[in-house]
Design a protein around this ligand. Structure first.
Ligand code: SAH
Ligand code: SF4
Length: 355
């Protein structure tokens, strides 16, 4: 069964006549978060029945929700063909000073979405990789993650959220559907989430980064770098054999980025592997001349994982080296460490629980 969420406003207008009915349906989906055609009260039964022959509205069934003490929430969803994938809601408290000088707390939301069931890239440290690749998600299945997480958390329809394509899968290996989703998220009659609120994270498919850059969508880019020399990166990420570090850096240099923004480099820190000062030094050199921001991530161990979490001291040492040498660097707060933080981990756990 296909989901109606796969259709853009224009595509919907082509199949639903008169076109004001298409607009009403669009409104039901994106403003009122209707999950079935029956929910769409002012739409004639004949139109609904016709659509229901071919489409469903909400393509996701919620299998499990894990809530972490820091407020992040991990969702495990089942798709119509039985496959499962996950998304995470990450609330971030921000302090703001109002006009009278009072400190006010404001919560911003990011939603981490999956782009595929499984992944072909096969990174050594990643749980998603272990189950292999099942299939691409459609644009509608990507949109659905955001719509129904917003609904489940009473996040008002007009409240914009940030989207990070950092869940399961490699977004640039599912370029057509991901680009369609980016554009559909932007629609002012839909969720109205601008491109600058959307970050695509990639393991570094240089050719696809170049292609994406030429589309000039205005999105933000995150590169999962994780290593500073090809030898180690190849071991961690087999994709490095096809696209080495130099090709990734070159693709980033060609990528159009808003003058006020930076390219994010994710660096997964693993004990005794890439947590030393020599690596930090090489990283500074590598990023020379790029408006970059490095995000250090503590490796999150899972049962049987061959890598270890770095010490806090080495992590801080790495961060300080970068910051002292002109590279903006932060450590990702391990949101939801007490749930099942890294991608693929909730799914793994549930599969085991069910076995
Ligand atoms: N495929 C894309 C996006 C999804 S992976 C990419 O690789 O960029 C999202 C992030 O989760 C990546 O930066 C990845 O390195 C990280 N990740 C994977 N396994 C992890 C683990 N065990 N602990 C912490 N982060 C992990
Ligand atoms: Fe795929 Fe990203 Fe996991 Fe690598 S880290 S296997 S690219 S999801």
């Amino acid at each position: 069964m296909k989901t109606i969420l796969d259709l853009t406003k224009e595509e919907l207008e082509e199949i639903v006549k008169p076109s004001f009915r298409a607009k009403q349906i669009y409104h039901w989906i994106y403003q009122k978060y209707a999950e079935t055609f029956e929910d769409m009260k002012n739409i004639p039964k004949s139109i609904k029945e016709e659509l229901a022959k071919e489409y469903i509205v909400n393509p996701l069934e919620t299998v499990k929700i894990e809530v972490s003490s820091d407020g992040s929430k991990k969702y495990l969803f089942r798709l119509h063909d039985g496959y499962t994938m996950e998304s995470v809601l990450l609330p971030m408290k921000k302090k703001k000073i109002d006009e009278e000088g009072n400190i006010i707390h404001e919560t911003k939301f990011s939603i981490c979405v999956s782009s595929q069931v499984g992944c072909k890239i096969g990174c050594a440290f990643c749980l998603t990789a272990k189950e292999g690749f099942k299939r691409n998600l459609t644009a509608g299945e990507i949109l659905a993650q955001v719509i129904y997480i917003k609904k489940d958390n009473d996040i008002a329809q007009n409240r914009s959220v940030n989207i990070v394509y950092m869940g399961m899968g490699e977004p640039l290996d599912n370029m057509a559907n991901v680009v369609k989703a980016v554009k559909m998220f932007k629609d002012p009659d839909g969720l109205a989430i601008g491109a600058r609120r959307q970050t695509i994270s990639t393991s570094g498919l240089s050719a696809q980064i170049e292609k994406l850059g030429k589309m000039d969508l205005g999105i933000l880019l995150a590169i999962s770098l994780h290593a500073v020399d090809d030898e180690l990166r190849e071991k961690l990420m087999p994709i490095n054999k096809a696209y080495n570090i130099e090709s990734v850096i070159n693709a980033v240099r060609n990528f159009p980025i808003d003058a006020r923004k930076r390219v994010m480099f994710e660096y997964l820190v693993m004990k005794d592997l890439n947590d030393d000062q020599t690596s930090a030094k090489k990283l500074v050199k590598l990023l020379h001349g790029i408006k970059a921001k490095v995000n250090l991530i503590y490796f999150n161990p899972y049962p049987g994982s061959p890598f270890k979490r770095p010490t806090e001291k080495d992590m801080m040492g790495f961060k300080d080296y970068l910051n002292n040498h002109g590279v903006l660097c932060t450590i990702r707060q391990s949101k939801g460490l007490d749930i099942s933080a890294a991608c693929g981990q909730l799914k793994e756990k549930t599969d085991n629980d069910m076995a």
